[in-house]
Design a protein around this ligand. Structure first.
Ligand code: NCD
Length: 314
């Protein structure tokens, strides 16, 4: 049985197969509307979420399946002290697949060790968020036509932003991708991630100003300052608003440089950028549903009705 916990769970060939499947679903959603009939997805979300949770739910419903879950983290038995191991053993009896978001890093991995059904990591603390990254990769590939030979600027909260950590893990699989890590000193990429880049010969340059690197980027990935992960409110207030991308600043960037953001945005991208053709963040939301449909099919081992083949080896 396969789970999706860390991006490195997937080979490059498997990533490509998932992205191709998501593209096929996007081109002909009607062909997939009954493939997961009678299958059930449980959503175990112990942290707030709008997009990820709703897109998992929409994905399962689009495949003809059902969804079960609880409305907020405060109403589950976790508040009574139930362990992740027990929760997942119980949920394995009710559902065929589970998407878990948890504030504790490693909780979905732990769940997968006790689970009888596939577990999808929907975000664990400041650690990883692989389904968001597959969405990001789908969006970059559709915009740029490639995932190799790219200069990518990652901007904002590189310390706590799990989507950034996941993106770097996934891009280890690709050739000639280099990074500008744009962050204030206090929000630089954690040491273990810097080590990961070095160990894997992934070229990077740490800077704190976005202006000077904009002309060199193929892709810009903006992130929110992760208020909920700060220990100190004053520190958050000091760093809040440290980057603000607006149309005037975007004049310095290449004409075909997509601007990605996993959302929610606070003030790091001004709304005047929304109508710029380079704004790709609402495309990401759109692509996210197709990616999650592809992941659910792949992990459940359901063959693609158009090719007759399953996507992941089980
Ligand atoms: C991200 C997350 O939850 O890590 N949001 C998302 O899933 N689209 C980014 C964020 O919260 O800033």
């Amino acid at each position: 049985m396969r789970h999706l916990i860390d991006p490195l769970d997937l080979t490059q060939q498997e990533i490509t197969q998932l992205l191709d499947l998501a593209d096929r679903i996007c081109a002909d959603p009607a062909a997939y509307q009954e493939v997961a009939n009678h299958k059930k997805l449980a959503t175990l979300f112990y942290e707030p979420s709008t997009r990820t949770r709703l897109s998992f739910e929409a994905a399962m419903l689009n495949l003809g399946g059902h969804v079960l879950g609880f409305p907020s983290e405060n109403v589950s038995s976790a508040t009574k002290g139930e362990s992740v191991a027990d929760t997942i053993r119980v949920v394995s009896c009710y559902a065929d697949i589970v998407a878990m978001r948890h504030p504790k890093e490693g909780a979905p991995l732990r769940a997968s060790r006790y689970s009888r059904i596939p577990v999808i990591n929907a975000g664990d603390g400041g650690h990883q968020h692989p389904t968001q990254t597959l969405t990001d990769l789908m969006t970059i590939r559709r915009r740029m036509g490639r995932l190799d030979d790219l200069t990518i600027g990652l901007c904002g909260d590189l310390k706590y932003g799990r989507t950034v950590h996941s993106l770097l893990h996934f891009l280890q699989r690709y050739h000639n991708v280099q990074f500008y890590l744009i962050a204030p000193d206090a929000l630089k990429l954690p040491d273990y991630m810097v080590k990961f880049l070095k160990d894997n010969n992934m070229p990077f340059c740490e800077v704190d100003s976005i202006d000077e690197v904009l002309p060199e980027l193929d892709v810009l990935y903006m992130t929110r300052i992760q208020q909920e992960r700060f220990f100190n409110e004053e520190e958050y207030l000091r760093l809040k608003g440290c980057y603000q991308l607006d149309e005037a600043l975007l004049q310095k960037a290449p004409q075909d440089m997509p601007v990605l953001h996993p959302l929610p945005r606070i003030d790091e991208i001004s709304t005047d950028v929304d109508n710029d053709p380079r704004a790709a963040y609402f495309d990401q939301v759109h692509n996210g549903v197709y990616i999650r449909m592809a992941i659910i099919l792949a992990l459940l081992g359901i063959p693609d009705p158009l090719t007759g083949k399953t996507v992941l080896d089980h």
